[in-house]
Design a protein around this ligand. Structure first.
Ligand code: 0GY
Length: 296
């Protein structure tokens, strides 16, 4: 607990207060495989080293959204505003029991007992973040030592980077053990089109490395055209069509650092059938793949 009042950034956009009921009916057992909890502070204070101070967005609101949209489960990814203090995420996982899994952020000094405690809470992965506006850089050998430590727990690794950094990161990604999940398709520049070498390099990486998965998420972040995000569809479709057994989907609620607009989460769910066009693709994206990765 802290007595410090942590006021959200002046330009912070709060999550949508009343998302629509989606027209798309999610398959039974669907997983929102990328979402966060923020605080609430002061119960779960934000980390001193954070790059932003968000609005509070705690577990109760996340679970209400899950039920409203028709999801059965959540994968709660540690947000950088909480640094390596995973308590808010773990508390949400414990509360949800089998209905949530977590992805943590840890340092090289993490002990086996701490990892075991996280595993017991429902954590099944760590996130390695390369996005400079979100975190201070971590040396690659530190990330590699963390990746080795989690192997005995059978966890996977989430990586977050910007498209421009992919080329330089490829050798490192190839060194990582286990399954690697790339956030938001490696954040392609959608103005360049799917034929651009940057996106083709990402496809090639997935083609050549069967342990690399990706989240076909965040059209609201990648779009230039704005809602309903038609300019992002070809990127998601290309990946779902080629790698339907290695894709995940999530809302990204409560949508940290959105500056242009705040998406309606119900409308985001309605985006799904535009990128996964058959019932089989939808079942793999929303149920089979996340269940295999996080609940097996
Ligand atoms: C996302 C994207 C962002 C932020 C974070 O942990 C975070 O702070 O993930 C972002 O600002 O692009 O995946 O939620």
């Amino acid at each position: 607990m802290t007595d410090e009042v942590q006021v959200m950034d002046a330009d912070w956009l709060e999550f949508h207060p009343s998302p629509k009921t989606p027209d798309f009916k999610l398959p039974a057992g669907a997983v929102d495989a990328h979402c966060h909890v923020f605080g609430p502070s002061p119960e779960f204070p934000y980390a001193p080293e954070r790059k932003y101070t968000p609005c509070n967005a705690g577990k109760d609101k996340l679970f209400a959204l899950r039920d409203h949209l028709g999801f059965a489960r959540n994968v709660i990814v540690q947000a950088t505003c909480h640094g390596r203090d995973n308590r808010a995420m773990m508390d949400a996982c414990r509360e949800a029991g089998d209905l949530a899994r977590g992805v943590a952020s840890v340092g090289p000094d993490i002990s086996r007992d701490e990892l075991a405690d996280m595993h017991e809470a429902g954590v099944r992965g760590v996130r390695l973040n390369f996005v400079k506006r979100l975190v201070d850089a971590t040396p690659r050998e530190v990330f590699l030592s963390i990746a080795e430590k989690i192997q005995e727990f059978g966890w996977s690794i989430v990586v977050y980077f910007e498209a421009a950094d992919l080329e330089e990161l490829v050798p490192f990604l190839k060194q990582l053990p286990g399954i690697i999940v790339v956030d938001h398709m490696g954040r392609p520049d959608v103005t360049k089109g799917t034929d651009h070498p940057d996106f083709q390099r990402f496809l090639q990486l997935m083609e050549e490395n069967e342990n690399i998965w990706t989240k076909v998420t965040c059209p609201e972040r990648l779009t230039v055209a704005g809602p309903p995000y038609d300019d992002v569809i070809p990127f998601c479709r290309t990946i779902v069509d080629r790698f339907e057994d290695r894709v995940l989907w999530g809302t990204d609620w409560p949508h940290p650092n959105m500056k242009s607009h705040m998406p309606d989460d119900g409308a985001l769910v309605d985006f799904i059938p535009k990128i996964a066009r058959t019932a089989e693709q939808q079942r793999k994206l929303l149920v089979d793949n996340p269940m295999r990765l996080y609940w097996a």
